[in-house]
Design a protein around this ligand. Structure first.
Ligand SMILES: [Zn+2]
Length: 438
């Protein structure tokens, strides 16, 4: 099996499905080639399941005895590779004794291929699910999912699909990612922060650089940016983050574990420690950071306009409107402020449920002695587009990830171990069968 999984993933990696926010800048042929690859590699699925296309995204329906359904998400588009310093061929799909190497192996062609492999082999074995199974495979997750996930979710809503639970990429079984952890932590994302872009525009009179005013619009924008950086949002403890720290605390060594175990009571103190690292800082506050600045196009001309984009990652309990008000107060009246991309924080999946327990059991069954931990995702995934369809949305990728693996996602030398492919396959098979038989 390992050989087949590695080969399938290698072939998938070799098709460079880089998505772009502007569909005209995408290489359509590549996306069609990927779809043809799936069709050829998974003949049972393409013979027996109902398949609907939403642009290049694919929605598979495996009809069960019941209308009630389970939904599995993955995506096959990937981010670009240029300028990242890859030491191997990003789209070579090289298989070594231990790894499959290449862009998308962890995010998210691995999950995409494993889901296909599991369904294909269950079909071959004659497995009949009680519940209906949907697989929604996005082709534009990395650029927001508007053409894929948004449309597929709208369709499922329109046909009244009764989705019980949803599983998407997200957390993983982490080893040495969280400092001081004595056991691997399996992080299940229960929520994701909102990602909103604000556009700031400053206008001035412009002019020749030989007779400048004391400060031109670029300097004024620099002051505004410094103000935003120097005035972070207030810290807050959300239910998800509280559950996360309380669950992992007994397995964290030393004083840190003790403090985290009492986070609710000690939050004023503990938060001071948490904000000192960008990772934990992002869990306890809405963050804002300037990601783009545009202004000036000649060395001797003062521009009449400067623009900046502020990317805000909004915590549950906060909102686009509140962040907007806060930014407005900070920057004063001079700059124009508009919302360029509006995305509120997601709903929160409850975790004191049978649904969470079943997922936890599957993870422990396959990954052994790990601690299953609820978790808040700072990044986004397609899952948020499906949040009206089910209360039980879990974000978890069945892979063991080290710090190095985490750093390779969207970066150089992304690779997955063969052992992870085996475990991922076993997990999806176990979990999908369990869910489908309830
Ligand atoms: Zn992804």
């Amino acid at each position: 099996m390992t050989k087949r999984l590695a080969e399938s993933l290698s072939l998938a990696v070799q098709i460079p499905t880089i998505s772009n926010a502007d569909p005209l800048k995408e290489d359509r042929e590549v996306f069609l080639r990927f779809q043809a690859f799936l069709e050829q590699r998974y003949p049972n699925m393409y013979r027996e399941l109902e398949i609907k296309r939403f642009g290049d995204s694919l929605l598979y329906k495996w009809k069960g005895e019941q209308d009630e359904a389970e939904l599995f998400l993955a995506h096959y588009d990937v981010v670009p590779h240029e300028g990242q310093g890859w030491t191997t061929e990003p789209f070579g799909g090289e298989i070594t004794g231990e790894h499959v190497i290449g862009r998308g192996t962890l995010d998210d062609k691995g999950n995409c291929i494993l889901l296909h492999e599991v369904v294909e082999s269950l079909l071959a074995e004659g497995f009949k699910p009680k519940k209906t199974i949907y697989l929604a495979i996005g082709a534009d997750e990395e650029v927001g999912g508007r053409r894929g996930a948004v449309e597929m979710a709208a369709y499922l809503k329109e046909i009244g699909a009764k989705i019980h639970t949803i599983l998407d990429e997200g957390g993983a079984v982490t080893v040495d990612v969280i400092e001081g952890a004595r056991k691997p932590l399996a992080l299940i994302g229960l929520a994701e922060k909102g990602s909103t872009n604000f556009k700031l525009t400053l206008r001035g009179s412009g002019g020749h650089s030989s007779m400048p005013p004391p400060k031109n619009v670029i300097g004024e924008m620099a002051d505004i940016i410094a103000k935003i950086d120097d005035n972070p949002a207030k810290v807050a403890l959300t239910s998800t983050v509280q559950a996360m720290f309380e669950t992992m605390a007994p397995y964290i060594m030393g004083v840190k574990g003790k403090l985290l175990g009492r986070i609710k009571k000690l939050f004023p103190v503990v938060s001071k420690i948490l904000v000192s690292s960008p990772t934990t800082n992002s869990l306890v506050r809405t963050t804002t950071t300037v990601t783009m600045v545009k202004g000036g196009n000649a060395p001797n001309v003062i521009p009449a306009k400067v623009e900046a984009i502020v990317n805000a990652r909004i915590l549950q309990g906060d909102s686009v409107e509140k962040v907007s008000t806060r930014l407005r107060e900070l920057i004063g009246d001079k700059a124009e402020l508009e919302v360029a991309l509006h995305e509120e924080p997601s709903k929160v999946t409850p975790h004191d449920t049978q649904e969470f327990e079943l997922l936890k059991d599957s993870i422990e069954h396959i990954f052994g002695d790990v601690v299953v931990v609820p978790y808040l995702m700072s990044g986004g995934s397609d899952a948020r587009h499906y949040q009206d369809l089910s209360e039980h949305i879990f974000r978890f990728s069945p892979v063991v990830m080290t710090k190095k693996d985490v750093a390779s996602v969207h970066s150089a030398d992304e690779m997955i171990t063969l052992d992870n492919l085996d475990k991922g396959y076993a997990f999806f098979r176990d979990y999908l069968m369990q869910r489908s038989m309830r």
